[in-house]
Each structure stands twice: as structure tokens, then as C-alpha cells.
Unconditional design. Structure first.
Length: 182
């Protein structure tokens, strides 16, 4: 019993505290920026975790290359998608496809009783163009959002079991967060 306490104390100072300090350092930017009210911060923490994991699995992983590198590729794609969610990437892509958003100075129009409405001075054609660009940006974001969760969800192993004559390495595409370990 007494020896067990010494082992626990040794493990605390030898492993757990150094891992804790290393984790605080690795996640420092995400932790510094974290706010409870916005999911973007959760994605930042996940991105940091995937960056550390993908780098280590790629460089230090003990799994065979054929499946290990597929996993790293999917992790990096997930990181890319998370990075795209953290800014105006989708709007920029939509503007490249359809043309820039049209901006004009706003005009505040009195409505009476100290109330005002905003007139953006856009005509119907310009409003329709802007709506089309914003709609395309939403489509791009939704498409990547679905792709991200498909990457995390992974393949259904039951489908592999039902297929005959297909090698695991040919079937496995690297998706499935539950398979990302070494």
C-alpha cells in the first residue's frame, strides 16, 4: 500500500505535471482566446489537438504507412476546414466565382420620432448580386461543415465486412476520429 503511494507521487511529478505543462503550452493560444459563448473557440482547441496529433502520427507513428498517411491526410483536411470556418474564406471564394460584393455608402433616412432606417443605396440588380454571393458562400460553408463531420464520423465498418475480396488498405480512406490513435 505504501509503495503504491510513492509510485503515484513519482508518476505525478515525472509524467503528469510535465504533460500538463506541455499541454498548457501547446494550447496556450486557444486557451487564451477561449470564450464559452462561441463554438469557434471549441474548433480552435480541436484544431490545435489535430495539429499536434497529425504531426506526431506522421513523424513518430508506428502504424504502417498505407493507413497512417491516409489518417494524417484526413486530419490535415479537417484542420484546413476548421481554418476556413475561422474567417471569411467562403465569402472570398464566392466573390472569386461570382464577383465582388457591391458596397455603397449608407444613408440614414429619418422615419420620425427620432427613428431612422438605413438605405444602402443599392439598386435591385446589385441587391440580387449580393444575395447570390452570400448564398454561394453559405453553400460552400455548409458543404465543408458536412465534410468535416463525415471525416470525424468515418466509414461504417459493417460495409467492409459485407464486401468480399477487397483489401482493408484499399477500402480504408483514413476517416474516423475513433481510428486516429497510435
Amino acid at each position: 500500500m505504501r509503495e503504491n503511494i510513492f509510485v503515484k507521487i513519482y508518476n505525478l511529478f515525472r509524467y503528469k505535471i510535465p504533460y500538463f505543462l506541455k499541454n498548457v503550452w501547446s494550447f496556450r493560444k486557444a486557451l487564451w482566446a477561449f470564450r464559452w459563448y462561441d463554438y469557434h473557440y471549441t474548433l480552435k482547441i480541436m484544431r490545435t489537438s489535430l495539429e499536434v496529433m497529425s504531426d506526431n502520427i506522421e513523424k513518430k507513428g508506428m502504424e504502417i504507412d498505407s493507413s497512417r498517411l491516409k489518417k494524417v491526410t484526413k486530419m490535415r483536411r479537417a484542420i484546413e476546414i476548421i481554418n476556413n470556418m475561422d474567417g471569411i474564406h467562403h465569402l472570398e471564394v464566392a466573390e472569386k466565382e461570382l464577383g465582388s460584393i457591391i458596397h455603397k455608402d449608407w444613408e440614414f433616412v429619418p422615419e420620425g420620432n427620432d427613428l431612422y432606417s438605413i438605405n444602402d443605396k443599392l439598386n435591385e440588380k446589385e441587391i440580387a448580386h449580393n444575395r447570390k454571393v452570400y448564398k454561394r458562400a453559405d453553400e460552400l460553408e455548409n458543404k465543408e461543415w458536412e465534410e468535416l463531420w463525415k471525416i470525424f464520423q468515418g466509414q461504417k465498418h459493417e460495409k467492409f465486412i459485407k464486401t468480399k475480396g477487397i483489401d482493408w488498405d484499399d477500402w480504408f480512406d483514413g476517416t474516423g476520429i475513433n481510428t486516429w490513435w497510435d
